[in-house]
Design a protein around this ligand. Structure first.
Ligand code: 5GP
Length: 352
């Protein structure tokens, strides 16, 4: 994509210190930055070293930073748990794919399947976080009705927090209605528990990138569509959505401008203390009754939170530790109530 020099802004997704960089041709010429900094790209003429300055820096002198491609390659070589694979282009539109490789985790553990990586621009957030392209954005009054994405390991209490928020103000908060291909049960109404559609339509919608995520359970499809988020926002409500963390990058578009909150477990000792009488909803016995937490559940929760944070931490706007529910809930509420800065930077809209 040809870039107009000096017109492009990127968000750094890692810390960089040229003094620690053995590859930089001249350390004094390097530009140090921290994860989250917004940088203005002045030149991309060199494939390995770009010239950039910090946003708003009046000094016209630009410094050297590693190019996205160069940094991705370096990160990939340093991370043994990821494999660099040639990008497989699926039967969806291929013109937008610019990345020359993508990553897959050997230990990827999820029961929700995500369809192939959506088309991306050169600067979308890869699984190796380097930079993402951003646009300056003036906040609108309507932004208070935005998408809030909650991410966290199984059992951390994410659903309970979501439920408390919802019942605290049903006029202000809303949730999406998922689609399913399973038959409607007698007590269910279309559009309430689920939107019931045929397998054929579901598959067509998957092909047309209409789902944020979908999965299969007992030969039926279940999924959450982008339109279901739009319909909550159209009612002037904050849309609360919980998803697997790998899904977040597809939601970080100019249209949705999501606020991403990671719900993190406390220490192992605090988990034992605070959850000793609690039950884990996702773990049910043969009769479908929720089971008490086990030591294994606690360990799994902490391990899974660690993996999520190390792999997707750059996508989280806020981390809340759910030590005790009341404190975590009040922190969550304060996060929403606190006014945000007048300007913020957001991922560029995806081009079709
Ligand atoms: P049921 O048919 O009993 O309502 O739900 C069966 C399973 O589908 C549950 O385990 C539920 O968590 C899962 N499910 C419900 N909605 C969705 C969704 O939007 N996406 C995915 N991947 N699974 C869902």
């Amino acid at each position: 994509m040809p870039m107009k020099e000096g017109k492009m802004f990127i968000r750094a997704l890692f810390d960089y210190d040229p003094n620690e960089d053995k590859a930089i041709p001249c350390k004094e010429a390097g530009l140090a930055f921290r994860k989250g900094d917004i940088l203005q790209i002045m030149s991309q003429d060199d494939a390995t070293w770009w010239q950039a300055k910090h946003e708003g820096d009046a000094n016209p002198r630009a410094g050297l930073i590693p190019s996205k491609h160069f940094q991705e390659r370096r990160f990939a070589l340093r991370r043994p748990e990821v494999q660099v694979q040639p990008l497989k282009i699926s039967n969806r539109k291929s013109s937008g794919f610019r990345r020359s490789f993508r990553l897959s985790r050997k230990d990827k553990k999820t029961n929700k399947s995500m369809y192939e990586c959506k088309k991306s621009d050169q600067y979308d957030t890869a699984d190796i976080p380097t930079y993402e392209e951003v646009a300056k954005y003036r906040r609108q009054p309507s932004d208070k009705y935005r998408l809030v994405v909650l991410v966290g390991p199984v059992g951390v209490g994410l659903n309970e927090l979501k439920r408390k928020l919802l019942i605290s103000d049903t006029q202000h908060y809303g949730v999406t209605v998922p689609h399913t291909t399973r038959p409607r049960r007698s007590q269910e109404s279309d559009g309430v528990e689920y939107i019931f559609i045929s397998k054929h339509l579901f598959e067509t919608d998957v092909q047309n990138n209409k789902f944020i995520e979908y999965g299969e359970y007992k030969n039926n499809y279940y999924g959450t569509s982008l339109d279901s988020v739009r319909s909550v926002l159209a009612k002037n409500k904050v849309c609360l959505l919980d998803v697997q963390p790998h899904t977040v990058k597809h939601l970080r578009t100019y249209e949705f401008k999501p606020f991403v909150i990671f719900i993190k477990p406390p220490s192992l000792d605090r988990l034992r203390e605070t959850r000793k009488n609690a039950k884990i909803i996702s773990s049910k016995d043969d009769k479908g009754t929720a089971k008490p937490f086990t030591e294994e559940d606690f360990h799994e929760m902490i391990k899974s939170a660690h993996v999520m944070e190390s792999q997707y931490g750059h996508l989280f706007d806020k981390v809340i530790v759910n030590d005790d529910l009341a404190t975590a809930y009040s922190e969550l509420k304060t996060t929403f109530d606190r006014p945000k800065s007048v300007y913020c930077t957001m991922s560029m809209p995806e081009k079709s």
